[in-house]
Design a binder for this molecule. Structure first.
Ligand SMILES: [Cu+2]
Length: 131
């Protein structure tokens, strides 16, 4: 009985560990894609839920799209400018106008106050070419 309990607890904790691994990623475009502007950008998220800014709910956040820029400071709210777009309404896609040439895109999840989570949840930085 004791062994059974220990085994159950073990499988329970490994389930939680998996659920903890939240991931944000681009559904489209894919890394290296050649696209035309406006670009439809779709955000994917697993292991967490999307909630609008201001909603205080555990394990949720909203998307930030970083355009042609590096990750911002992780101990401050995500900046809000042309290179840091907030999707505080809980949107999971956008239509993005970009000049011709190469651009980088990266997603960073933020909480109700636009703060990155701890640990921060961000996507791989992808490079696309607008023709
Ligand atoms: Cu935000």
């Amino acid at each position: 009985m004791k062994n059974f309990l220990a085994a159950s607890l073990l499988s329970l904790s490994s389930t939680f560990a998996l659920a903890d691994e939240a991931k944000v990623y681009f559904i489209s475009p894919v890394d290296g894609a050649t696209v035309t502007s406006p670009v439809t950008v779709k955000f994917g998220l697993t292991g967490m839920g999307v909630a609008p800014a201001g909603v205080d709910k555990a394990n949720t956040g909203h998307h930030h799209l970083l355009i042609d820029t590096a990750l911002p400071a992780m101990d401050k709210p995500v900046p809000k400018d042309a290179q840091h777009k907030h999707f505080g309404g809980g949107q999971t896609e956008t239509s993005l106008k970009l000049a011709k040439g190469q651009h980088t895109l990266q997603l960073l999840l933020g909480d109700k106050s636009h703060m990155p989570h701890n640990p921060a949840i961000y996507s791989k930085k992808i490079t696309i070419t607008v023709k």
